[in-house]
Write a protein that binds this ligand. Structure first.
Ligand code: BDR
Ligand code: CA
Length: 315
């Protein structure tokens, strides 16, 4: 069996960027078929540029990068420059990447790749609003035949929301898309704030990443040094949650996480609680289990994995 085929659908974002590095660091385990980008943390013109920059930094200008949806399915776009900075990846200097932007729309790429793939052979890894993936499913639900699993970052149960009192950012931005993805009938591993708030990028951990010394590790440390500012003030914690790399860490080392089969439904009606993920953790309803809800992670093990993988990029 070769490496697992994955499509990363993202909105970089410092933490999306680290997720990309982690995936590109593991070619024996993960075959990144493409990186699709979506509007989220910052507008689409920046998320696609940022994803291409990360490919350059990782020395992987061969990975195809696609731009996708500029707007959520139903609602107006919301961005998060107040966390990620005006560029989305503040902490590193912006440059025009060599990695080209593919002509094809991200949704077309997802559909064509899945149509061409054998049954159950491709894993989708959304780390931003799930607009692109939901649009692909809406246009041709049969593409799901090729999907083995979806490993998503989004939602919150015990943690409450980070962008509204009830909702996590990715689901709040496009709750209608998230609901389509969670209810699509394929296995979903859901990384919500309950676990991502356990993997804090403390000064000591960022220091260990910086000590690795190569360009990818240095860019990671530089981005995390910026990224932690807002959240450490907000939560009074030492270091910010490193959300998106939890998805790739689960693919590489699922034993780091504890999860439970649950029903998850997204609120798409209420103005007050829009984007809330109602996770039936205690099985108090008969609603079918549609996600593996991650609720615990070995944070030290996660950072050991990250440091080990970043080191493979060499000097
Ligand atoms: C999620 O929202 C974004 O700010 C991060 O990139 C992450 O995907 C966390 O709520
Ligand atoms: Ca993200």
């Amino acid at each position: 069996m070769g490496p697992r085929k994955i499509i990363i659908d993202c909105d970089p974002g410092q933490d999306d960027a680290v997720a990309l590095f982690l995936a590109l660091a593991a070619p024996d385990e993960l075959d990144v078929l493409g990186i699709t980008t979506v509007a989220g943390n910052v507008p689409l013109e920046l998320t696609q540029r940022n994803a291409r920059m990360m490919c350059d930094i990782a020395g992987r200008t061969d990975v195809p990068v696609y731009a996708g949806c500029k707007e959520p399915l139903v609602l107006n776009a919301i961005t998060a420059e107040y966390i990620h900075g005006a560029t989305g990846i503040d902490g590193v200097d912006v440059f025009e990447p060599e990695t080209p932007l593919q002509d094809e729309h991200a949704v077309d790429f997802i559909i064509e790749t899945l149509r061409a793939a054998e049954e159950g052979t491709v894993t989708l890894v959304p780390t931003g609003p799930m607009t692109n993936i939901a649009a692909a499913i809406n246009r041709d639900p049969s593409v799901l035949d090729a999907v083995d699993r979806i490993v998503s970052m989004g939602g919150a149960m015990r943690e409450g929301g980070n962008r509204s009192p009830s909702a996590e950012f990715n689901v709040l931005v496009d709750p209608h898309a998230a609901e389509i993805v969670y209810q699509c009938g394929k296995p979903v591993t859901a990384m919500g704030l309950d676990v991502t708030h356990q993997v804090l990028s403390t000064r000591e951990r960022v220091g260990r990443i910086r000590e690795v010394g190569n360009a990818v590790a240095t860019a990671t440390a530089d981005m995390l040094s910026f990224f932690h500012r807002y959240d450490t003030k907000k939560y009074g914690s030492e270091g910010a949650p490193l959300h998106d790399p939890c998805t790739v860490a689960w693919l590489l080392c699922p034993g780091l996480f504890a999860s439970k089969a649950c029903n998850l439904s997204v609120e798409t009606q209420s103005e007050l609680t829009m984007g809330h993920t109602a996770v039936d953790f205690w099985h108090v309803t008969d609603r079918p289990h549609n996600v593996e809800w991650a609720y615990e992670v070995d944070a030290d093990g996660f950072y050991e994995l990250l440091v080990e993988k970043l080191a493979v990029f060499g000097d």
